[in-house]
Design a protein around this ligand. Structure first.
Ligand code: HEM
Length: 376
């Protein structure tokens, strides 16, 4: 299921970016975020929550939740793109909120049943899921409170981007980059514990501020900058060579962190009225694309063949991460150009993503052939 969600997300990203000049903005963004990213993130959580709580793997019912979220995302896109589908936004929000809420309750249940203390990354996932549920409830609230729709829309978009995607990403990257580098970060756990209140309060201030009282949003952006700066400087101290390497997953993962910081910065600048800044395309091209391609380079081998990690996994990981450093630079350039109002920035991101997809398909075909040749 997880490898299928990875490829679905990559296909949705490529289709959305290539079709962006012809489709509406809401269609493009929801194809990327609600059809591509949301089910993949929910799927990744069904894998990581048992790991973080040291409990058994998820049941079939829980593993089906990303598909429910996907159905919600498809309905949302249909509601923006097809005539007569206006009801789809409410049905989609309800379906996706049900999936996210169930995942959150399941995570809390696993936490209660586990022995010992949960990994601090779990609280980041739970906060992210709570943001997604609230963001989707904001869409539903628009049906009964139409005069507040403009504010609820801003609440929805910030709770989703900074809250749901941002919190999941930072909680995951903190552990994933050291794993990709092959050296643990002794500061990761304490930093996750210390920084969650900053990130959560930053999200809430940005979202409510953008919706109702803009000075709060500026304070929220400063709050969010604290965990991003701490993580970034920690990485530069411990993993500088991996971050600036030519190959591997680490450069893309580091580029994703830089992309998130850049989107936050230009989001704050755009809110003060500086024209020609477009945070949403920067978020997609500079943050989401390197995040998903970098995480896929590191995680696809273990998701394809769970259990003891051997030479097959290392070889596939090496092939997926090949030229990761060059792609990271292209994603950074794409984020900066897309975020400063140049339409070709998104196309650069799409081309770089397509390069990764073709490389991944070639690597998977080779890995499949070598697996057939060497039975375990
Ligand atoms: C699956 C259920 C979802 C529904 C029903 C939904 C619904 C909506 C609606 C009705 C709007 C206002 C569109 C407009 O102004 O034309 C909107 C905007 C937005 N949503 Fe969602 N959404 C969903 C999921 C998501 C997710 C998962 C994300 C991000 C992770 C997201 C991010 C955004 C963004 C960034 C905007 C602003 C779009 C723009 O600036 O044009 N949405 N959403």
């Amino acid at each position: 299921m997880l490898p299928a969600l990875v490829f679905l997300a990559l296909a949705a990203f490529a289709a959305a970016l290539l079709g962006a000049p012809h489709a509406g903005r809401a269609v493009t963004l929801h194809l990327v975020l609600a059809v591509g990213a949301m089910p993949l993130i929910c799927g990744a959580m069904t894998h990581f929550i048992p790991v973080l709580t040291r409990t058994r793997t998820a049941s079939a019912g829980v593993l089906a939740l990303p598909a429910v979220a996907l159905a919600g995302g498809v309905l949302a896109v249909a509601s923006f793109g097809l005539p007569g589908m206006g009801w789809g936004r409410y049905a989609g929000a309800l379906l996706a909120a049900t999936a996210a809420g169930t995942l959150l309750v399941w995570s809390r249940y696993r936490r209660l049943r586990m022995l010992g203390r949960a990994h601090p990354g779990l609280a980041w996932y739970e906060a992210a899921l709570a943001c997604l549920v609230c963001a989707l409830l904001a869409v539903l609230a628009g049906a009964v409170w139409p005069q507040q729709w403009a504010a609820l829309r801003r609440l929805h978009l910030h709770l989703n981007t900074l809250g749901f995607v941002g919190l999941t990403a930072v909680g995951t990257l903190t552990v994933l980059l050291p794993t990709a580098a092959g050296r643990p970060d002794p500061e990761a756990g304490p930093r996750l514990r210390r920084d969650l209140p900053w990130a959560v309060s930053g999200t809430l201030l940005v979202a409510t501020g953008a919706a109702w009282f803009s000075p709060l949003a500026a304070i929220g952006a400063v709050f969010w900058a604290i965990p991003l700066l701490r993580l970034g400087t920690g990485w530069l101290r411990l993993y500088r060579a991996d971050v600036f390497a030519r190959h591997g997953a680490a450069p893309s993962l580091a580029a994703a962190l830089a992309g998130l910081a850049f989107s936050l910065l230009i989001g704050a600048a755009a809110a003060t009225g500086i024209p020609a800044l477009t945070p949403a395309p920067a978020f997609v091209a500079g943050f989401l694309l390197p995040l998903v391609s970098g995480a896929a380079s590191q995680l696809l081998p273990v998701w394809l063949r769970p259990g003891v990690q051997g030479a097959w996994h290392a070889r596939l990981r090496g092939q997926l991460g090949r030229h990761g450093g060059t792609r990271a630079m292209l994603f950074c350039a794409s984020g900066v150009t897309a975020g400063t109002g140049r339409e070709w920035g998104l196309m650069l991101g799409a081309a770089t993503l397509l390069w990764f997809v073709l490389q991944a398909i070639a690597a998977l075909v080779r890995a499949r052939l070598s697996r057939r040749a060497t039975p375990t």
